[in-house]
Design a protein. Structure first.
Length: 217
């Protein structure tokens, strides 16, 4: 049963993930990254991973497609009226929602890691740009990669909660998004910031499971 549900989620959301990957490709078209094998993009004097361009584009595209993914998995079920059908399957409600979350988080992490690794592979290749490269320069990109799934969780919670869209329903997405942005400014991010991101993600998952159990469908 769980395999069928995971397949259902992948079948319904693969297009959003594909659009996210295309979005990364479009966003990074201002960098000279020929390693992708499709285009030789315009020249840029920006040092890979040190300038703001890569991380800014990565965050912008991640925000859009991860919000779309979270809403698709929840609002999509409401619009089609399939919640009751799913909840009548021989699985506990928490297990069902957990499978949806696990599938969505896996898509977020796997798809978002592709542009980071691809760009790092290009930056680490000798002769591709006239600037030094150390793998420690990629830390800000990994910081953004670890933070973005929290936006997906907030969008999932927003779509799952009952209520008016112009009102309290958008509170999780707006509040978590603002908090995740503020957490980027914490000193010693890999100690304090990452801990705060993990705690926020855990709280969002707990709240999602609570709403799933108590909501009147």
């Amino acid at each position: 049963m769980w395999k069928a549900l995971v397949y259902k989620e992948l079948r319904e959301t693969w297009a959003i993930a594909a659009l996210g990957l295309l979005g990364y490709l479009w966003s990074f078209s201002g960098h000279e990254v020929s390693a992708i094998g499709l285009f030789r993009w315009s020249s840029s004097d920006e040092i890979p991973f040190v300038g703001e361009g890569f991380v800014r584009g990565f965050v912008a595209i991640s925000l859009m497609w991860m919000i779309a993914l979270g809403l698709r998995q929840t609002v999509g079920e409401s619009v089609r009226g399939t919640w009751l059908f799913l909840l009548n399957r021989p699985l506990e409600r928490g297990t069902l929602i957990g499978l949806k979350l696990a599938t969505g988080l896996a898509l977020c992490l796997i798809c978002a890691v592709v542009p980071v690794l691809w760009y790092a592979r290009w930056a680490a290749t000798p002769g591709t740009h006239a600037s030094p490269f150390e793998w420690s320069m990629t830390l800000r990109a990994w910081q953004a990669w670890l933070t973005m799934p929290g936006v997906y969780l907030a969008a999932f919670l927003t779509g799952l909660r009952p209520g008016r869209w112009i009102g309290s329903r958008l509170t999780p997405l707006a509040g978590a998004g603002l908090l995740l942005i503020l957490l980027q400014a914490l000193p010693w991010w890999w100690l304090l910031g990452l801990t705060a991101v993990v705690l926020l993600d855990a709280w969002l998952i707990w709240d999602i499971l609570y709403v799933a159990q108590t909501r009147d469908y």
